[in-house]
Design a protein around this ligand. Structure first.
Ligand code: SAM
Length: 255
């Protein structure tokens, strides 16, 4: 039970699940990720997670394995309005779909970093980036609670269905603020709960590793971002993923 295991054990459970998912994609078998009840409990096409959240034009820009590996709950590159020459960081980059799309948007004068803690995902992302022919990408191994980049070095932080998996969300929000330049922005997709749901009610709606039980509520997200040094904070629900739980777009600007 999530309440009886330590944060380190929970993080290891997340890592194991996404390692399995990366290997499944690499072998071109069914992936698994957010939304499934257990790992490799293959989700149906109607589930609100994965590559269906990207438009056909974006999917055409990507190798098949990158779209197959998509385990997100939104499309952060569509909301972040990336510009030529910018430095973008994707937290929990998985198979690299949003890093590859970002690299194309920022062009050769810009850089797209992907950060992930799972070796198997990093290997898959490197391969997908090679196949996509993008060279302005760097995949970093590490945890999003301790980002391995200097302060004020990034223009835009994006992330797709990862912050809900963090065992220390205040640390993630503080780290985003630290690495962003003043005036830098975030464009994040995540699962977010309605304020009426208690932590126990969120846990009853799905697993932690399946991106449901660990979700912040809308007010918790807003307050956390403000406390970390963000302004113009907005958390907008886009589609329901379980009763009272939504895929959401989270935007804010670093003060
Ligand atoms: C649900 S998948 C999303 C992957 C990708 N963003 C996408 O949209 O397809 C979660 C990813 O986040 C990574 N992850 C989860 N928690 C992490 C943490 N604390 N630090 C770094 N990576 C993490 C996992 O290894 C996995 O690749």
């Amino acid at each position: 039970m999530a309440t009886s295991i330590s944060a380190e054990e929970l993080r290891e459970e997340v890592r194991r699940r996404y390692a399995e998912s990366a290997l499944a994609v690499a072998e071109r078998s069914a992936g698994c990720g957010c939304g499934g009840g257990s790992c490799c409990d293959d989700s149906s096409a109607t589930e609100p997670f994965g590559d269906g959240l990207y438009d056909a034009e974006q999917r055409d820009e990507l190798p098949e394995a990158a779209t197959l590996a998509s385990l997100g709950c939104g499309n952060p590159t569509a909301v972040a309005e990336l510009r030529e020459g910018e430095v973008v960081l994707d937290l929990g980059s998985g198979g690299g779909i949003d890093v590859i799309l970002s690299a194309k948007r920022v062009g050769p004068a810009g850089t797209a970093y992907g950060l992930d803690m799972t070796d198997e995902m990093l290997a898959l992302a490197q391969q997908n980036a090679r196949e996509a022919g993008v060279t302005n990408v760097h995949f970093l191994k590490g945890v999003i609670e301790e980002i391995p980049l200097p302060a004020a070095s990034v223009d835009v932080v994006i992330s797709n269905c990862v912050i809900n998996l963090s065992v220390d969300k205040p640390a993630v929000l503080m780290e985003m603020a630290r690495v962003l330049k003043p005036g830098g922005r975030i464009g994040i997709s995540d699962v977010v709960a309605e304020d009426r749901l208690s932590a126990a009610e969120r846990a009853a709606r799905g697993s932690y590793v399946g991106c449901i039980a660990g979700a912040l509520s809308k007010s918790e997200y807003e307050a956390g971002l403000e406390a970390a040094g963000f302004e113009e904070v907005s958390v907008e629900f886009t589609h329901e993923v379980a009763d009272g739980m939504h895929g959401a777009i989270v935007k804010a600007v670093r003060r």
